[in-house]
Design a protein around this ligand. Sequence first.
Ligand code: NDP
Length: 270
Amino acid sequence: MSTCFEWREAPAAQFAVIGDPVGHSMSPRMHNTWLRSVGREPSYIAVRVPESEFDLAMERICGLGLAGVNVTVPLKELAFKWVDTLDQAAAEIGAVNCIDIASRHGRNTDSPGFLATLATLKLPDRPRTLLIGAGGSAAAVAHAVCSARFDLAIWNRTSERAAALADRFGAKVNVGQPITVDEYDLVVNATSGIEDIELPIAWESAKPSAVAYDLMYGRETPFLGYARSLGLIVKDGTDMLVEQGALSMEGWLGQSVDRRILSAALEGRP
Ligand code: NDP
């Protein structure tokens, strides 16, 4: 666990992840390990920024001379409004998880980060995909999947939110209970993982080749545990964390980042 600063007490640094809560973030460890490995100063910190103090905190962050900031829950939409310019993914998703401070340019690296992680999975071309959840990270996944022209359906506890997200990205809505998964090659869980959520999924009917992918990392969720017990292929959110982080750093420094170093840093986590 890295030190987490309150924004008023944040020291000068080069990079930061901001959010609330943010003390659990593995980004400082991941990035500082890589910065050290390439002979740079390990100067990436975690800073707690309450939603209501976002603008004030960003003023201070600019004053401290930070080059780049990652943004996590619940600040991605505020970051979207704060920046002056956006990359295409951020504009289409409506959320920014990566800011270049000097240019006030916002990017979304969650979407391309998620997509990059699919390369290691044995999926058919344009896999039929079910996305569970309709929050911020679900929007990034929906964007990724639709930009790759996969066939997408969305299920969410609050079906109106699933319908709204599906509408934005031209996806279908899956409203069944239990959630039927028999027709999908890829089932992605993007519900929030602070507490264990028991989703009503009819896993028994899944294709034997189906992949269960949970954005949560650091512990096995009931979603992945059940899919694993049935012999399905499972994947957690660690590689997505690595990819979105690597893409963020590459944009800030213009230097390629070795994902293996970021992954190794995470393996040593408590
Ligand atoms: P949000 O708070 O924006 O969305 C929460 C979603 O979870 C909503 O769809 C909500 O449904 C659903 N939900 C919450 N509680 C329940 C419940 N009891 N039963 C069913 N559904 C529930 O969260 P985020 O999108 O920001 O984050 C989701 C997860 O993704 C987090 O665990 C986060 O850590 C992870 N994440 C991982 C990343 C990575 O790099 N690996 C990157 C970004 C996120 P409803 O609409 O009905 O309230």
